[in-house]
Write a protein that binds this ligand. Structure first.
Ligand code: ATP
Ligand code: MG
Length: 577
């Protein structure tokens, strides 16, 4: 976190931590962790958790946040994911320092702990089939039944568990279960599995193991081994907390972290499940995990989002105990605000229409001064070439202008940004189609810089590029990936993919941009005046063809929503959702 950013206002988690510090619990230490499973790329929901865990560590003296890969399930996990997760956490602006851990590094200790549980009569090897285990578990309204294997002796359990480890049994033939209470109203406490056989090599431990610990067992112990003080997780784990505590209580470990749950982020018009995101990648609906339409950190980065805008978003949504859906326009608002400060302005024409200035001398070129960022005078000025043949935006001309359309039309005068007033004096049509292919205009040499000495006004200022100097570019316009705010709302039998937005990507080419962009490096961000914020694509842009991703338009629907919300709360009405 950079020092210029404000401290997040205290939420219920920060309040708990402050109380613990006041009471001098954990010897005044604050140790948090971010524990992703390396089975996919990180998304904006993970960013919420990262900002929370690393943020809390940064706010507290000597606070530490661990990055721990929860890699207990070989098969779904991959080195590519590990590398991408590290890159994304760093890019967001956080640093785990020396504290990079892997749950798989604890496999020996977790095995020893399991032996201890067996010796205490707190765990047993169960040989029911997976279907039978399910059947015996009961339901929310009915208690479960004891497994017939529940009464196996300690010796028998030790022998079987050792042979599970040695690879004597098939996958699914035995599991090690915690011996808790098959009648517990909490299903997680009905003798949950803590080890299963999975005869599959692991990307870090190779073929050393063929039994792997289950999440609920491995997670609390990993937290404890690392001396985590506050184990922050999402609300679905609230019902798992008794199990978290049970495991640590049985084993009389030195460190018993406190699990605290908060509401996960749900964002409108997108999905957050890695399993579903993987489906989109595998079925080719998107070009990869970093497709700029994806809610992944790498997708947002490629789209042009800044780390600061994402941190700002995470701060604004806050932390609570109540699940809700955040409108994606808030995220867009945050990136707009940041880019407004930092993005240089340039002119780019997305759908070009040729303009010939009849009274401008052929061959003359003027270098006109343009301001790089009116929000930041320190960013200086640049020169933009002006000449007889220009391009403007097709939508900035109407042959029959409707009411309130103030841009260019036959006989009408407008301003060209940083340049002159021009007036449309004629149109040229394609002989076959009758379509307008060119506008004929005149300019007023006395209006250089954009003002008329006689004080006459124009009602529109258009962006433009010089035909001879402009660069060709491809521009990719993105819209929401899904049509519905909640893509999981589907017709009977349909998949979430039935809600995909068929128009989430529109490719425009050739677009024309001003020559100052000749040196634009991949990843750099600009405001195309009147159009939005754009970022040079890091994969497909080249010297031959510049490729831009539209990060976000200039229009800000969130500002309206916020205003309405403020008005509502001022008049005491209930806020929506
Ligand atoms: P998925 O269900 O999509 O696989 P996950 O929660 O299993 O996601 P993990 O890799 O286990 O993914 O998550 C790492 C951490 O990020 C966890 O602590 C989890 O609580 C947190 N996290 C995941 N999704 C969100 C979200 N939408 N909002 C806030 N935190 C999240
Ligand atoms: Mg998970």
């Amino acid at each position: 976190m950079t020092m210029t950013e404000s401290r997040p206002s205290p939420d219920f988690i920060r309040n708990i931590i402050a109380e613990d510090l006041k009471a001098n619990r954990n010897e005044g230490r604050v140790v948090t962790r971010f524990p992703p499973e390396p089975n996919g790329y990180l998304h904006i929901g993970h960013a919420k958790s990262i900002c929370l865990n690393f943020g809390i560590a940064a706010e507290n003296k000597d606070g530490v946040c661990h990055l721990r890969f929860d890699d207990t399930d070989p098969g779904k996990e991959d080195i590519e994911y590990i590398e991408s997760i590290k890159r994304d956490v760093k890019w967001l602006g956080f640093d785990w320092g020396e504290h990079l851990y892997y749950a798989s590094d604890y496999f020996d200790r977790l095995y020893e702990y399991a032996i201890q549980l067996i010796k205490k009569g707190k765990a047993y090897v169960c040989s029911l089939s997976p279907e039978e285990v399910k059947e015996y578990r009961g339901t929310l309204t009915e208690p479960g039944r004891d497994s017939p294997y529940r009464s196996r002796s300690v010796e028998e359990n030790l022998d079987l568990f050792e042979r599970m480890r040695a690879g004597e049994f098939e996958d699914g033939s035995h599991i090690l279960r915690a011996k808790i209470d098959m009648a517990s109203p909490n299903l997680n406490m009905r003798d949950p599995a803590i080890y299963r056989i999975k005869r599959m090599p692991h990307h870090r431990t190779g073929d050393k193991w063929c039994i792997y610990p289950m999440y609920d067992y491995a997670h609390c112990l990993s937290d404890s081994i690392e001396g985590i003080t506050h184990s922050i997780c999402t609300l679905e784990f609230e019902d798992h907390r008794p199990l978290y505590d049970w495991v640590l209580d049985q084993l009389e470990v030195e460190c018993h972290p406190r699990q605290i749950e908060f509401a996960r982020l749900n964002l409108s018009h997108t999905i957050m499940s890695k399993r579903k995101l993987l489906k989109l990648v595998e079925s080719g609906v998107v070009t990869g995990w970093d497709d700029p339409r994806m809610p992944t950190i790498s997708g947002l980065r490629r789209r042009g989002y800044t780390p600061k805008s994402i941190r700002d978003f995470c701060e604004r949504i806050g932390v609570s105990k109540r699940n809700s859906m955040v409108d994606v326009s808030l995220l867009e608002h945050c990136v707009r605000q940041d880019l407004n400060q930092r993005a240089p302005r340039v002119m780019g024409v997305l759908r070009p229409l040729k303009v010939v200035i009849e009274n401008y001398p052929e061959g003359r070129v003027e270098e006109l001064e343009a301001v790089n960022n009116p929000e930041d005078p320190g960013m200086g000025c640049r020169k933009v070439p002006f000449s007889r043949v220009l391009y403007i935006e097709q939508e900035d001309f109407r042959e029959d202008p409707p009411k309130k359309y103030f841009r260019l039309a036959p006989g009408r005068e407008v301003r060209l940004r940083y340049a002159y007033f021009i007036k449309c004096v004629g149109v040229v049509r394609d002989e076959q189609t009758g379509e307008i292919t060119e506008l004929r205009c005149t300019y007023d040499p006395g209006t250089r810089g954009g003002g008329a000495p006689d004080g006459r006004k124009v009602r529109a200022t258009l962006h433009w590029v010089s035909a001879a100097h402009s660069l060709r570019a491809e521009v990719r316009l993105y819209d929401h990936l899904f049509l519905k705010a909640n893509p999981d709302e589907v017709e009977d039998g349909a998949d979430f993919r039935s809600n995909l937005n068929p128009n989430s990507l529109e490719i425009l080419t050739p677009c024309l941009v001003e020559p100052s962009l000749a040196n634009a490096v991949p990843g750099s961000r600009y405001q195309f005046e009147r159009q939005g914020y754009f970022c040079v694509d890091t994969k497909d842009s080249s010297d031959k063809l510049l490729v831009f991703n539209r990060t976000v338009t200039l229009r800000d629907p969130w500002a309206k929503i916020e205003k309405a919300l403020k008005k509502q709360s001022a008049t005491g009405k209930k806020q929506p959702g």
